[in-house]
Design a protein around this ligand. Structure first.
Ligand code: PA5
Length: 473
């Protein structure tokens, strides 16, 4: 992996010693008992998490965290037609990325038989969006309107590591109230259909206990795993397991990537290569906009997940590249103009999947050929995409715009596990290379503090009164 047209292998050569040193540092950080203040906050738990989860499953079986995820996900899968996943940031984007990348594109629209009984999945609690939340509540309320059909059941996964995030906490109040109305306020089903995922301590854990959940029914995001690094905790894995994804294969892929990162030399180490190329592009060549060009819409949410990872990890102290996800070939008809011809502040990382899940759809012959496509009638969709990819890369080459290619052989649980772990590790390496602490997100805390001050400074409406929308807020 090189930024084509910009970096020769020789340019990367002198970086090898530095990269090895940084890799050693990142590896050593996993063992630090009392880290020095300059390294704080330090949350390297994600690095070994996949292997630890797998080992714990082997040792403790059903009592392990993975065993719990399997048990709880089976309960929701067997009992629910719909599951609402509440969460934001790292408690949302990882689950969304896995769902979109690995499930049927129209999963929620499929008839139950084609979904093989797996629940539909909805994501909320990731915005203060009155109308979309109301739309969801309406949907949930009306899931049993057909008088001759059995009532549908629906469940809630509420994920918040801190337990104090307002977007998620407020949505949980609303959706839980709907569940209490639906099942009855004292129904034991409430406990069975609601699953909290949270840190070892915090308001959500307290609330869940008060609602009757035992610690055995609450899934945990460990303290040493940061929010945006938590895709391989229950925050990402529980929703994935609910829709029937093979979460063991996801973890095996991620664990294999950690091993590769720690053990392989630069030439066989995608983490070090990705970090090195992108570090140079940002720091030396001033390519401050980092485009992730995903060549399938199935990876758009992986792109949004990476947006958060990069923005919150490296966007600090006035520095850090700006992430931008673009879906191709779709966005060649919008952002393509700028990538080819606009400001020279960008590096494009292409993410290309070599093999499709389905056989190729052919262009095919037409009797009258009005659309003039008969000349390519024996080409399939993969050929069209490949040609667009090659054509775009050629365009970048002709105008000396840097791009790098990441090629996945196929989209599976194992390759997605590898990819996400690779991007998390590379982000930490990049942070250490640039002297930016990749953990923590002090900038995000600022809006939270200000928002709470605004809310506290304005009076609550008197009971029973509803705000007049026409007058505005
Ligand atoms: O990376 C992070 O820690 C944050 O972006 C969090 O993921 C996000 O703020 C959500 O936090 P929580 O899971 O505590 O609700």
């Amino acid at each position: 992996l090189q930024a084509k047209n910009f970096l020769s292998p020789e340019r990367l050569e002198p970086m090898r010693t530095l990269l090895n040193a940084v890799r050693g540092q990142v590896a050593a950080e996993r063992e630090l008992q009392n880290p020095p203040a300059k390294l704080l906050p330090l949350q390297p738990g994600f690095i070994d998490l996949p292997q630890k989860m797998l080992d714990q499953l082997r040792r403790k079986g059903d009592a392990s965290e993975l065993g719990k995820i399997n048990r709880i996900s089976a309960r929701l899968r067997e009992n629910c037609d719909r599951v609402v996943v509440l969460g934001i940031g790292g408690s949302y984007l990882g689950a969304r990325a896995l769902f979109d990348a690995l499930c049927h594109t129209y999963h929620n629209e499929l008839p139950p038989k084609m979904r093989m009984g797996k629940p539909r999945l909805y994501f909320e609690g990731n915005n203060f969006d009155n109308d979309s939340l109301q739309d969801l509540l309406e949907l949930l309320e009306n899931t049993c309107v057909e008088p001759d059909l059995p009532a549908e059941r629906w469940g809630i996964v509420v994920a918040s590591k801190s337990g104090g995030t307002l977007e998620t906490a407020a949505a949980y109040r609303a959706v839980r109230a709907e569940a209490a109305k639906y099942y009855g306020p004292k129904s034991p089903l409430l406990r069975q259909m609601i699953v909290p995922v949270t840190g070892p301590k915090g308001k959500l854990r307290d609330l869940a206990r008060a609602e009757g959940h035992t610690d055995d029914d609450i899934l945990t995001v460990p303290d040493d795993v940061g929010g945006r690094f938590s895709v391989f905790t229950a925050a990402g894995l529980l929703p994935a397991a609910i829709v029937g994804l093979d979460i063991r294969a996801i973890l095996l892929g991620a664990a294999a990537m950690t091993k590769r990162f720690l053990e392989e030399p630069f030439d066989r180490n995608p983490v070090l290569q990705f970090a090195a190329v992108n570090h140079l592009m940002n720091e030396e060549y001033h390519k401050s906009t980092r485009v992730l060009g995903v060549w399938t819409k199935k990876l758009e949410s992986v792109g949004q997940w990476y947006d958060q990872l990069l923005a919150e990890s490296l966007g600090k102290t006035g520095r850090g590249p700006t992430p931008l996800t673009t879906v191709l070939s779709r966005d060649l008809h919008s952002r393509g103009q700028q990538l080819q011809d606009g400001a020279r502040d960008k590096v494009v990382n292409n993410l290309f999947v070599r093999t499709n899940r389905h056989p190729p759809i052919m262009v095919g012959m037409s009797d009258r050929n009005e659309d003039d496509l008969n000349g390519i009638s024996r080409k399939g969709y993969p050929d069209l995409l490949q040609a667009a990819f090659q054509g775009t890369s050629q365009g970048y080459l002709e105008t000396a715009r840097p791009s790098a290619d990441l090629v996945l052989p196929v989209l599976t649980e194992h390759t997605i596990g590898q990819l996400l772990q690779m991007l998390m590790l590379a982000t930490v390496v990049e942070g250490r290379l640039a002297n930016i602490n990749p953990y923590g997100q002090p900038g995000v805390e600022v809006y939270k503090k200000n928002m709470m001050a605004v809310l506290k400074a304005t009076p609550n409406l008197p009971k029973g009164e509803v705000r007049d929308q026409a007058k505005g807020v």
